[in-house]
Every structure is written in structure tokens, then in C-alpha cells.
Ligand binder design. Structure first.
Ligand SMILES: [Zn+2]
Length: 150
């Protein structure tokens, strides 16, 4: 089967992905908002009103912790949206071929096609093994240092 160039159906597919990503982002923002609001209400219920300053500080801390993971997710979404806008979305960063639509639907943030991902994972496994070997030596070395210190 001849490989078809970037076609209208690909464009339609990307528009669908963009819509999906925007919905994801909105949902996360709404959830973050909800979580922050209920945190604040919870603190009020505990009678924190007299410690306005302290509780405000606490609020900030809590919303920071809550939103850390969500912020990372939103970062990925915005990154993908930017790549859709500049046309680099759905193109493998390693080999430059279009990533399959099924794969993009399952992994909307992926930057690699299946083949390159598999290559990377193979490489990472090999690297991890090498690192484990080195860590083993380090451990052995540090035991000696600990004994010297005690
Ligand atoms: Zn590739």
C-alpha cells in the first residue's frame, strides 16, 4: 500500500486530538479549582477563622501540593497543543515518520513512533543494567568508607 502524504483525514484527526486535549485541560483546571475550594472550606470548618494569616499560608501550601502533579499534566497538554499548532505533533522525533493514529489516541503525549519507542526502551534497559552494575560497585565502595568513618 502506498504511503499517503499528510491528508485531510490526518488534519481532521489532529483537530479531534486538539479538541480532546483542550477538554482534558479544562477538566483538570475545574478539578483543581474544586479541590482548592473544598480545602478552604475544610479549614473553615475546623474553626481556623481566628488564624486567618496562618490558614491563608496553609491554603497556598495545600494548593501548591495539590496542583503540582496537575500542573505537570497541563504542561504536557499545552506542549502537545503547541506541537499541533506548529505541525510537529504526531511526527516521530527520532525517525521523522508520522506516528500512527491508534498510538496517538492511546498515548496523546508521545513523541516517538512505536518502533523508536521500542528501541529507546531496549536502550534504557541496557543502560539501567550498566548503571546497576556501577551502583553495585559504589555500594561496595561506600561500605568501606563508612567503616573508615566509624
Ligand atoms: Zn520513529
Amino acid at each position: 500500500m502506498p504511503k499517503k502524504p499528510a491528508s485531510g483525514s490526518r488534519k481532521k484527526f489532529l483537530a479531534r486530538v486538539r479538541e480532546h486535549l483542550e477538554q482534558m485541560k479544562e477538566k483538570i483546571l475545574a478539578e483543581m479549582d474544586q479541590a482548592n475550594r473544598s480545602e478552604r472550606e475544610g479549614l473553615k470548618d475546623e474553626g481556623m477563622d481566628t488564624y486567618d494569616l496562618a490558614s491563608e499560608e496553609r491554603d497556598r501550601e495545600i494548593s501548591f501540593i495539590l496542583s503540582d502533579r496537575e500542573r505537570a499534566k497541563i504542561g504536557s497538554i499545552e506542549d502537545a497543543l503547541a506541537r499541533i499548532a506548529d505541525g510537529s505533533y504526531g511526527v516521530c522525533e527520532s525517525c521523522g515518520l508520522e506516528i500512527g493514529e491508534e498510538r496517538l489516541e492511546a498515548l496523546p503525549f508521545t513523541r516517538l513512533c512505536r518502533d523508536c519507542q521500542q528501541d529507546m526502551e531496549r536502550e534504557a534497559r541496557t543502560q539501567r543494567r550498566a548503571e546497576d552494575d556501577r551502583a553495585g560497585y559504589r555500594k561496595f565502595g561506600s561500605t568501606e568508607a563508612d567503616e573508615e568513618n566509624s
